[in-house]
Structure formats: structure tokens, C-alpha cells
Design a protein around this ligand. Structure first.
Ligand code: MSP
Length: 523
């Protein structure tokens, strides 16, 4: 039977700046889901990339005295390097400046036009370059300098230009009906409620300008049939999700297999574009709507929003260097609650990493394997008979933990999934303390062997389960236990699979060193 397809995407990052902790968080969150689904036997397609057009990129490039495409090349490479450094298992990295994306964006434009949903008008209004978004006067406030400021704190300017419009207002009822029929479309539920009430309000949906006149902006995808305009960057950017699977060729295998996407993973600041504009564009183009938009929260640093002016923007590469890659990934996934904002504090990271990884999982592995290495000729011993305690721990490791974790992972509750997994780590550590193989060595070697066997099998299961979060370290654990690579998926947590006794292990090496950072170093 063919594996079930699973298509997941991140937002594509603007290339006007370098990657920071927030981008890293989103990439890791998406990667954990992709890895989890692969281990669960799905045929996963994971798309990420960069959003390269628009006024914001054009203006920053100009400030740097460099052509927008060259500027985009430099920063797109930085985002791809971040993904590599974070061990993000993406299948495709899309850049919106690629020819395939021009083709897809122009094709969707034509579809909207044929539907009669695009018309030429004149745009006059407030526009934030930073957010690439329009605002009604009622949404803005004036700051002390008299500038108009958006709810997200950026400056809006007054623009007047001929522009094409998309008839978003015509989709209000269809969107509301869609939200009602598909309660899982916007997650978490709090975000869903926000969107539904926004769309439901009288006059909530105005038609949106979907082009820029070339006299003001040249850096974009030309509007088909009217070279005087380029496409609005959000129509271009959202389309990346279908370009990535082969649009406009809707008959292509990858499109038929992966579309509609299972998840678009995005931050809470861009939910309106994804939960209102995107489904409306797709309805207009007669393309199926993705299954779920999952909006995560924002990461603050030491309790404050990251910002260049505060100087607290953290670079992923520095964080990996300070904490270790898997330690950093683990901390973010363990600490930040589902869909909520989170805080990054180096002290908390050190504490969590030492408690859970060095002392918890690392120590369990180290003391079990060192004991076997020294006392059992490096051979995984045989269990002659299991008692109820052994059986209970194994049952927990083999199947129960996985089914619990699946419930949490399904909706991105990774912090809950990890706390479930760490209950097993604690149980296994309590088991080794209570069974005390070092004492059994003198009194009952058969029982000692059983205990060690149970422990190695539990460690095997733990390592399989932790792979999505700490892939490199989990691989090292499984390598040390000599588990073949094709036996590292969730099927092998079934009770009919066990670790093989008699397997010779290598001399154990510590996987998660204790961190000893002073506060200054950590910051
Ligand atoms: N280019 C648009 C997305 C287009 S998707 C069709 C964009 N780019 S961005 O670079 O500003 O943001 C990329 C992603 O990073 C977004 O999902 C955004 O919410 C997320 N984050 C940016 N800062 C963040 C934090 N401080 N914390 C968590 N995520 C954050 O928006």
C-alpha cells in the first residue's frame, strides 16, 4: 500500500534581513512534525524557502547600494545555511525569484482574472512597507511625531496609485461557511475565533489591492498582460505553497499527491494573510484549500520582543555554538507552550538542558551502557524471565508512550509530547536505581542480566522516540546500540520487535555533556 502523503510548509522568510531565533523556532517546529510523520510511515513533503520580492526588500537593497536580486541571493543563502545548521530536513527550498514560481504566480493571477475577481481601480490609502500590508484609518494610531502607526507598531504611509484589486469582499460568506464546516482549518482555536470574528464583522473584508504600479515598485512578478504593474508580494508569496508541488501543472504527480497541504506553519502575525486571503484566492482559482493553518506564538528574549534597537536579536548560529544543536532544538520544543508566546532565557536553557538531557536521558544511557561494557564483555545480556515490573516498563516504552505522544504531536503540542517522553526517562532511571544491577552483580547475575536487557530495550525505544527533536544525538544513541537504520521507525516500537541480546556495543561515549556556562557566556 502506498504511504499516506503528508505535505507541510513553513512561512517563507523575507530576505531583507538575516535569520534570527524566531525563524529558527519556526523551522525546528516544522521539522519536528515532518520527522515525526516520516517515522510514522508517511510520505512527507516539507517545503521551506524565501520571500524575495516586495517593497521592503527593494528598499533595503537600495539602502545597501546593491541590486535586489543580488541582495536576495546573499540573504537567501543565509537562510538556507541556517536550515542546514539546524538540521532541518526540508525536501525543497523555494525562492520566489525562481522561474517556476513566476510561472505559478502568473498562472494563478490569470485564474483570478478569468473568474472576474480582479479589476483595475485606484488605490489610495495607508500602507505599511515593513508589513507589506494595507490598513484602514481606523486601525491606525498617531505617534508623537504625527506618523501613522499600525497595530503591530510599524509606520504606515499614504499611497495613491492605479492598482488591480481582488474582490475579497465577495468571499466573506464563503469564508465564514468554510470556517464553520472546517473547524480544524485554523489552529489553535483562539486564533480561529479571532479570524472568524474579524471576517464576520460588517464591512470586515474590503477588496484588496493586488498590484503595484511600476512607477513605485519594479521589484516583483510582472502582472500578466499589463507590464505596467507588478504583483502584490503577498499574492506572490502565498502562491509558493503550490509552486512547490508543481503548480500550474495540476496534473503533475507531486501536485496530485501532496495538495492540499496538511499544514502551513506560520507565526501569529501573518495569520490574516493565510486564513483569509489565501483561501479566498484558492476558492477563486478553484484550487482545494489546505487542511490546517497552524499559527505559533512569538519568541521573546529575556522577556522582551527581539529588536535591532534593543540589540537582543539572537542569531541561530551563535545559539547552536553555545548550547549545542540538539540541546537548542530540545529546549525550544520543550519549553514553549503550544501556540503561545515563549521566552528565551540562557539561564533557563542551561538548567533545562542539564536536567533533562545531561542528567536525565544522557545519564541513563551512560550508566547502563558503561555497566554492560565493563561487566558483560560489552555484550547486551539476555533476559531469561521478565517480572511484572519489567513488563510494565517495556509496555510503556514500546507502545503506550508513542500513542500518548501521537495525540500531542498531532496538534503541535510538542512540549506535552516531550514531558510524556521524559516520564519514561524518569521511570527508567527509577528502575535502574531500584533494581540496582551493581548490587545484583554479586547476588543474582541472571536477574542483573534481565534488568540490563530491559534497560537497553527501553533506551532503544527512547532513542527512536526522541529522533524528531534531537536527530543527531538520537542517531548516536542508536548507533551505540547497533540498531540497524531501517529499524529506527515507529513500527519498531511494536512489542514484536526487541533489541537483540548478544549484540556487542562500542565503548560508550557521552551524548549530552553538562553545560557549564556563566551567564555572560550564555547571553
Ligand atoms: N515573508 C513573510 C511570510 C510569507 S509566507 C507566504 C514573512 N516573513 S518573515 O521573515 O517576517 O517571517 C517568517 C516567519 O517567521 C513568520 O511565520 C513569522 O511569524 C516568524 N517569526 C518572525 N519573528 C518571530 C519571532 N520572534 N518568534 C517566532 N516566530 C517569528 O512574514
Amino acid at each position: 500500500m502506498a504511504a499516506t502523503p503528508f505535505y507541510i510548509t513553513t512561512a517563507i522568510a523575507y530576505v531583507n534581513g538575516l535569520p534570527h531565533l524566531g525563524h529558527a523556532y519556526e523551522a525546528i517546529l516544522t521539522d519536528v512534525m515532518a520527522r515525526f510523520q516520516r517515522l510514522d510511515g508517511k510520505d512527507v513533503m516539507f517545503l521551506t524557502g524565501t520571500d524575495e520580492h516586495g517593497e521592503k526588500v527593494a528598499k533595503t537593497a537600495e539602502k545597501n547600494n546593491i541590486a535586489p536580486k543580488e541582495f536576495a541571493n546573499i540573504n537567501a543563502a543565509a537562510f538556507e545555511a541556517m536550515d542546514k545548521a539546524l538540521n532541518i530536513s526540508y525536501d525543497d527550498f523555494i525562492r520566489t525569484t525562481e522561474p517556476r514560481h513566476y510561472a505559478a504566480s502568473q498562472a494563478i493571477w490569470k485564474k483570478l482574472l478569468e473568474k472576474g475577481d480582479i479589476y483595475l481601480g485606484k488605490y489610495e490609502g495607508w500602507y505599511s512597507v515593513r508589513e507589506e500590508a494595507y490598513f484602514g484609518e481606523d486601525e491606525l494610531t498617531k505617534n508623537e511625531k504625527g506618523q501613522m502607526i499600525t497595530p503591530h507598531g510599524t509606520e504606515a504611509e499614504w499611497v495613491v496609485e492605479p492598482s488591480y484589486f481582488f474582490k475579497l469582499s465577495a468571499y466573506r460568506d464563503k469564508l465564514l461557511a468554510y470556517y464553520k464546516a472546517h473547524p480544524e482549518f485554523i489552529q489553535p482555536g483562539t486564533r480561529r475565533n479571532e479570524i472568524v470574528s474579524f471576517v464576520a464583522q460588517e464591512g470586515g473584508l474590503r477588496d484588496i489591492s493586488v498590484s503595484r504600479h511600476k512607477s513605485r515598485l519594479k521589484w516583483g512578478i510582472p502582472v500578466p498582460g499589463d507590464e505596467g504593474h507588478v504583483m502584490y508580494v503577498w499574492l506572490d508569496a502565498l502562491t509558493n505553497y503550490i509552486t512547490g508541488v508543481g503548480y500550474p501543472d495540476e496534473g503533475k504527480d507531486s501536485f496530485k499527491k501532496y495538495w492540499p497541504a496538511d499544514f502551513h506553519v506560520i507565526g501569529k502575525d501573518i495569520i490574516r494573510f493565510h486564513a483569509i486571503y489565501w483561501p479566498a484566492f484558492l476558492m477563486s482559482a478553484d484550487i482545494t484549500i489546505p487542511k490546517t493553518i497552524f499559527a505559533h506564538g512569538f519568541i521573546n528574549v529575556q522577556g522582551e520582543k527581539m529588536s535591532k534597537s534593543i540589540g537582543n536579536v539572537l542569531a541561530p548560529a551563535d545559539l547552536i555554538k553555545t548550547f549545542g544543536l540538539d540541546q537548542f532544538r530540545y529546549f525550544l520544543m520543550r519549553e514553549i507552550p503550544h501556540g503561545e508566546d515563549g521566552n528565551f532565557s540562557p539561564e533557563q536553557a542551561v538548567q533545562r538542558i542539564n536536567a533533562d538531557l545531561a542528567n536525565g536521558l544522557g545519564n541513563l544511557m551512560q550508566r547502563t551502557l558503561s555497566f554492560i561494557y565493563k561487566n558483560c564483555d560489552a555484550k547486551i545480556p539476555e533476559a531469561k524471565s521478565l517480572n511484572a515490573t519489567d513488563e510494565a516498563l517495556l509496555a510503556n516504552a514500546r507502545g503506550l508512550t508513542l500513542s500518548d505522544m501521537k495525540q500531542s504531536v498531532k496538534i503541535f503540542r510538542f512540549n506535552d509530547a516531550l514531558s510524556t517522553l521524559w516520564k519514561l526517562v524518569a521511570d527508567a532511571n527509577a528502575y535502574i536505581d531500584a533494581q540496582a544491577p551493581w548490587a545484583l552483580k554479586k547476588t543474582d547475575t541472571e536477574r542483573m542480566n534481565t534488568v540490563l536487557y530491559v534497560l537497553t530495550d527501553v533506551i532503544r525505544c527512547l532513542a527512536i522516540l526522541v529522533q524528531p527533536y534531537t536527530p543527531e544525538s538520537a542517531a548516536k544513541m542508536l548507533d551505540q546500540l547497533k540498531v540497524p537504520t531501517n529499524e529506527r521507525n515507529f513500527v519498531h516500537l511494536d512489542e514484536k520487535y526487541k533489541i537483540k541480546h548478544g549484540t556487542i556495543i562500542d565503548q560508550p561515549v557521552g551524548i549530552f555533556p553538562r553545560l557549564n556556562l556563566d551567564a555572560e557566556e550564555a547571553a
